[in-house]
Design a protein around this ligand. Structure first.
Ligand code: GLA
Length: 390
């Protein structure tokens, strides 16, 4: 990838914006699609994401005027601060909260923020559930480190802390982890408790396609927080009889059945989703290894229904996309992916039906909602790295 034209174009854009500079470096961090294991990460369970070839690239070079200056191409906006004031900045619900949150975490970890110019370019669509936030956090962290080393797991955790603490989204570790640890041609099965992963090769003869509903409902972040609280409430109930239980990850189906009648119906549904979803991830990984594509498809659908009815984080647009996909010949399975309330579905199908699938889905979705969905092939790609130094 080093020296590829995409990276060279970012460097050229950097020179046009900031004038020619020595020591320009560029760092790339990918977005992701999660194949299965939704809303399990903050319950310390299992997830199975792939890093995409959609990514954020941050180019950087030292500045001589004591400032940190960041330009976002997407917003066509530049923001700047004296490096000395970065540690004391408050969030302002703005795209700069991501790099600034990361900068503050770096300061806390003992790194000095040096004066620098940064340019951000991204192909990860915003608000699409493909984790543009984590891609921005991780690529910014690498750019601010500018060659100083931080262990990969620490990099992922630092990105997550920035999002939770500064941006204010109480997310799990999945998005930042896969952005750092992504593998070409494989998914990563992450145990969110041990923070260790296995590389899971995807079987031949299956293509994964993400379909962007192009909607993001307002509810998304308040409902996310509410789900984390409901999961904590469920844990507290199971804990009464099983003191070793510290998260929904520890709850077996038998424990859940025993505790269910002590839970309100809503709390019970939330817990059932997480308990069954964790089991589905492990079954999906086994099915992947056996090349049992039909079974993988069934697990996709079961996951969606659980998110739709038990966890209640889907929406009409996502349900429609899933139902429509399941009606298309050659599609093995479909489900929403990411936090929900909009964003993308992920669909698995036989390679020879991809073109027909795209055409059908686009037509049906447009007819129902008047929206053209965007689609992305899910080509598993490498995790974050320096793109090239110049
Ligand atoms: C968002 C969060 C992740 C994860 C997913 C749901 O993407 O950032 O940590 O919780 O939602 O699986």
């Amino acid at each position: 990838m080093a020296g590829s034209s995409a990276e060279q174009r970012v460097i050229d854009a950097f020179r046009r914006l900031y004038g020619s500079a020595d020591g320009i470096r560029a760092y790339r961090a990918p977005g992701r699609v999660n194949l299965i294991g939704e809303h399990t990460d903050y319950n310390l369970g299992f997830v199975l994401p792939v890093a995409l070839d959609l990514a954020t690239v941050v180019a950087t070079a030292p500045a001589s005027d004591g400032m940190l200056r960041i330009h976002s191409e997407d917003r066509n906006e530049t923001a700047e601060w004296l490096v000395g004031e970065i540690g004391g900045l408050a969030p302002r619900r703005h795209w700069t909260d991501y790099p600034i949150g990361v900068a503050q975490e770096l300061i806390r970890a003992g790194f000095e923020i040096a004066p620098a110019n940064l340019l951000i370019r991204s192909t990860v669509p915003d608000g699409s559930g493909l984790s543009s936030s984590a891609a921005l956090e991780i690529s910014s962290a690498l750019a601010l480190l500018a060659g100083r080393t931080l262990a990969p797991l620490e990099l992922a955790r630092l990105g997550q802390r920035a999002e939770r603490g500064f941006v204010g989204m109480p997310c799990g570790i999945m998005d930042q982890y896969i952005s750092v640890f992504g593998e070409e041609r494989a998914a990563i099965c992450l145990d969110c408790r041990s923070l260790k992963h296995q590389v899971v090769r995807l079987p031949e003869g299956v293509e994964f396609v993400a379909v962007n509903s192009m909607v993001k409902h307002e509810l998304a972040s308040s409902a996310y927080k509410e789900r984390t609280e409901q999961c904590a409430a469920a844990v507290e109930i199971v804990h009464r009889n099983h003191s070793q239980v510290e998260s929904l990850r520890d709850v077996t189906p038998a424990m859940f059945e025993e505790a269910e009648s002590s839970m309100t119906p809503v709390i019970a549904r939330r817990a059932r989703h997480v308990v069954t979803e964790n089991a589905r991830v492990l079954q999906f990984v086994a099915a992947c290894r056996d090349g049992a594509v039909e079974h993988m498809g069934e697990l996709f659908e079961a996951s969606h229904r659980s998110l739709q009815h038990d966890y209640e984080v889907s929406c009409d647009e996502l349900d429609f996309l899933v139902d429509a996909a399941l009606g298309i010949e050659g599609v093995y399975g479909a489900r929403m992916t990411g936090g929900g309330f909009g964003g993308c579905t992920v669909n698995m199908m036989r390679p020879e039906v991809v073109a027909h699938f795209k055409q059908e889905i686009a037509g049906l979705y447009h007819e129902r909602f008047g929206i053209e969905p965007r689609m992305y092939p899910c080509r598993p790609s490498w995790g974050a790295a320096e793109a090239k130094s110049f």
